[in-house]
Design a protein around this ligand. Structure first.
Ligand code: IMP
Length: 442
């Protein structure tokens, strides 16, 4: 038994949409297993190669490399309808899907009525709404915690229709108490009963795919010496415990989520890859200290294609927030940083970076007052932009001096090396620093 073999974790350090999916896709050839540990179809991981764009919501981002097993862990919530659509998008033969995709039978199901509830709660909140993706994430995790949820293993049991009917009935009562008419809510363009019928068809398809127990599957693989990469969704600042509550998602997006969402002991975590964008975005409501509203925001949104890959909503854009990044590095124990979308800043003359918050009396260099609602006024440092294309640069060390200075400033602030820079959406557009101590480099 090889007890020293560890799983690496890759996760987002901002408000999601950091470009994690692309990095997982690029790293997958070095791993035997890629395993999603939390979230569900609220995620949208975009992969681009051979002039094709794919968006994955539940299926791990290692799926395009044959030879890698993709695990959907116990910490993930599953909507069979959305998984079925993802499978259609892949266009893989069934045999290829069955050998490369497995689901933990402990993973909870998102029922159609969870999605109705999500919509009803948001409607009731009015201006205080979270800006949920409305995929039923919050209600599904609520039922999990309340010990009334349904798991994938329940779906294959004889009593499933009874369990389903009971839980749906509870949801419907709640929805009616909230004063919401089911007929007013459309789910992916379908009325409830049509959606439900498709959901049940999709559940039959999901039941045909291999089921595992992720804790046994992953630990046995590690004992054999297999390489495992745990893939996070959303980002640290949307974490249920450490994000800007209540404007968060309902799962642990941080490294502890990988332990709980796959059954890996903390002592078996190896590298923690923290992915961040060279600027910041946020979709949905909630505090965003470095948000900008001028032409810089429009440029970032257009060049970075900052529109939600799950909902299509325009993302709020802003400058890089170093105190927030440092906080995310701390709670995750990040060992290596990976910066994405450097190319989106190519045409920005002066790049602003938040290095502290002005509290009135003094400046704070750490994330203050995460529990409060008070405005955080950023203190900026202005950096000269590189103002050139990165397209033909084939080595990290050959990046423009201004960009290398930008990276050095980040490393200095958070005290973790930036080993990888992504310079475009395609899997080929990535630069790894010479001498970077990645787990597979000797
Ligand atoms: P929910 O998880 O769909 O309930 O959404 C809660 C909050 O997290 C909302 O502000 C969403 O916009 C945000 N959110 C959820 N998933 C993602 C994601 O994958 N990327 C970015 N934001 C997300």
């Amino acid at each position: 038994m090889n007890n020293t073999n560890k799983a690496d974790v890759l996760l987002g350090l901002q408000w999601g949409d950091e470009g994690k999916g692309k990095i997982v896709d690029v790293f997958t050839p070095h791993y035997n297993i890629v395993a999603r540990f939390q979230g569900g179809p609220n995620a949208g991981h975009t992969l681009v190669f051979e002039n094709q764009k794919y968006v994955l919501h539940t299926i791990p981002s290692g799926i395009f490399h044959s030879g890698c097993v993709n695990v959907v862990g116990n910490g993930v919530v599953l909507d069979p309808f959305i998984i079925s659509k993802e499978l259609d998008q892949l266009c893989f033969p069934v045999s290829r899907i069955k050998e490369s995709l497995v689901f933990c039978e402990k993973a909870h199901l998102i029922l159609p009525s969870h999605r109705l509830l999500d919509a009803a709660y948001e409607m009731k909140k009015g201006d205080a709404r979270i800006g949920s993706t409305l995929k039923g994430i919050g209600p599904a995790y609520t039922d999990k915690t309340a010990r009334s949820g349904l798991r994938l293993c329940d779906a294959v049991s004889d009593g499933f229709s009874h369990l389903y009917k009971n839980l749906k009935e509870q949801h419907m009562q709640l929805i009616s108490t909230l004063g919401v008419d089911v007929d007013d809510v459309m789910l992916d363009g379908l009325c409830f009963s049509d959606y439900e019928a498709h959901w049940f068809d999709a559940l039959e398809r999901l039941k045909e795919l291999p089921r595992i127990n992720s804790e046994l599957f992953i630990n046995e693989a590690l004992n054999r010496g297999d390489r495992v990469l745990a893939e996070g969704a959303q980002g640290a600042l949307l974490d249920i415990n450490f994000g800007s509550y209540p404007f968060v998602t309902s799962s642990s997006t941080t490294v502890s989520g990988a332990c709980a969402g796959l059954g890996i002991a903390p002592s078996r975590i190896g590298e923690v890859f923290g992915v961040f964008k060279s600027y910041c975005t946020r979709v949905g409501s909630g505090p965003f200290p470095t948000e900008i509203h001028d032409e810089n925001a429009t440029r970032l949104r257009d060049l970075g294609q900052e529109y939600g890959s799950t909902t299509g909503r325009p993302r709020r854009c802003g400058w890089l927030d170093l105190p927030a990044l440092k906080y995310a590095v701390m709670i995750n124990g990040v060992t290596r940083l990976l910066m994405t979308k450097a190319d989106v800043l190519n045409t920005t003359g002066i790049i602003r970076v938040c290095v502290a918050y002005d509290t009135g009396d003094n400046q704070r260099h750490s994330l203050p007052n995460v529990c409060g609602t008070s405005e955080q006024k950023p203190v900026y440092r202005d950096m000269k932009g590189w103002q050139c294309s990165l397209e033909h640069i084939d080595r990290f060390e050959a990046l423009p001096e201004e960009l290398l200075r930008y990276v050095a400033m980040i490393e200095d602030f958070v005290d973790v090396p930036v080993d990888v820079i992504s310079t475009g959406p395609d899997r080929k557009e990535i630069l790894i620093r010479k001498g970077a101590q990645l787990p597979w480099s000797e």
